[in-house]
Structure formats: C-alpha cells, structure tokens
Design a protein around this ligand. Sequence first.
Ligand SMILES: C[S@@+](CC[C@H](N)C(=O)[O-])C[C@H]1O[C@@H](n2cnc3c(N)ncnc32)[C@H](O)[C@@H]1O
Length: 255
Amino acid sequence: MTGTTILGLGRRFRRLVGFLLFLGVLTGPGSAPAVEDAAEQRRRLIDHIRAVNASAGPVAGRGTIAESVLEAMGRVPRHLLVPESEWPHAYEDRPLPIGYGQTISQPSLVALMTDLLDLDGGEAVLEVGTGSGYQAAILAELGVRTFTIEVVPQLAASAGESFRALGYDRITARRGDGYYGWPEHAPFDAVIVTAAASHVPPPLLAQLKPGGRMIIPVGNPFFWQGLVLVEKNTDGTVTARHVTTVRFVPLTGGH
Ligand SMILES: C[S@@+](CC[C@H](N)C(=O)[O-])C[C@H]1O[C@@H](n2cnc3c(N)ncnc32)[C@H](O)[C@@H]1O
C-alpha cells in the first residue's frame, strides 16, 4: 500500500477513503492521483490505445476501436478498482494484480474485446469473470444492462462494493461459476468471458440470443489462447473467428 495516512485501516474503509480522495472530498499525501491527474492519465491511455490498435501493435487483428468504447473507458476510474499499491500503474497499458492470483486485463485488450461486441447501448450483456469490475464498469458506461459473475468470493464482494461506491447501479453482479451463465437473465445480446477456457461453454452459447456475439479466450488455460469471436446467426448456426493471441488466467470452477 502506498498511502501512508490510510495504512492499517480496514479494506472497506480504505476504499471509502480512496473514493473520497478521488472525489476531492479529502486530500491525501499523493497516494491517489488527483481527479484532474487521473483524467489526464486516462486521456493519455486512450490516445495510446487508439494508436496501438490502429497500428495493430501488441494487440493485433483489429483496426479502429469505436469512439464510444474509448469514451466509455475514459470515464472509468481504473485506479479505484485496483489495489492501492497499483495506483501509480493504473493508467499504464498493462495487466495488474488484483489479489487472489487474479489480474485486471491490459486496457488495450479490454478495448479490443469490448469493441468486438459491437454494442449500441440498451443491450443485455453477460460478463464471466468480474475481477476488479473494470470491464463491467466500461460496459455500464456504454449504456448496456450488465450482468457479471465472479467465482472468487472476495473479488465478487469487493467489486460489488466498488459498483455501489461508484454508482454503477445498472450492473447486476453475483458470485458463482460463470461457466453455467445466468439462465434467469438470459438470453443475452452479448457474452464476454475474461478467463481462459479450454472450449466454448455450451451453457453460454445456449444463453446467447440469435444474432448475438460472444468474445472468449479459448485454448490451453495455462499457456496462450486464441481470442475467439463467436457469432450465433439468426438461423441458429454458429460461426467462430480467431482474432488474436492472448494470455488469460484460467476459467476455474466446478465444471
Ligand atoms: C482476467 S480476470 C478478469 C478481469 C476483469 N474482467 C476485470 O475487469 O478486472 C479473470 C477473472 O475471472 C474469474 N474467474 C475464473 N473462473 C471463473 C468462473 N468459472 N466463473 C466466474 N469467474 C471466474 C477470476 O477469478 C478472475 O477474477
């Protein structure tokens, strides 16, 4: 933890203090970026993502990311969704540890995956692997009804707290094994899986609407995977296309 004044306080209280620092209600010794600094860092990150994807750099396979996606990313305070020790790196284009052996994904990859869902706003989207809540917050900023499932209880609880603190009341979150989807809220216009699967989970495919899209890393969960865009056509047939090579933490659970 970098913030000396909030050393030793409970996790829930530290998050509240972090949120108040973000709002400018409290001032700290520089542990949290000031609001305008964070906004400026996000602007630089968005410019970087625009350039990376346009030049098919580290995240290849795609050209321009929709401005709506970049604008949504520009509104999400990523630093408030990672541990305080990672705040100095919150707006770098790289994955960061979020505890329990899990990570928040690299922003340029988050941009790519979100863009591939081709959302207009108003859709119902299922995310498997809530993690920090960053991806879900971006989906909410895009105006979609977001349903997100996390298997690690502590991460599910802390993401839920973050959604409340940041006012993301269009996000419905729960703890559980996302392999089985969320039948009570199905069908979904889009599904995004942010952990590596050895195959496309049949329950997720079944819960995708005809005309819907799923983005999912498929391959060896302990090595590299192919990022796959699955489309369920209106006649019920399914097509899949390899987008790029990625490395995600494994999809775990009881399946
Ligand atoms: C790369 S992290 C996701 C990052 C997250 N989308 C974010 O924005 O921070 C993958 C997450 O998937 C979760 N996960 C793994 N298997 C899962 C499963 N079967 N059901 C739900 N979540 C799962 C992990 O615990 C981890 O938090």
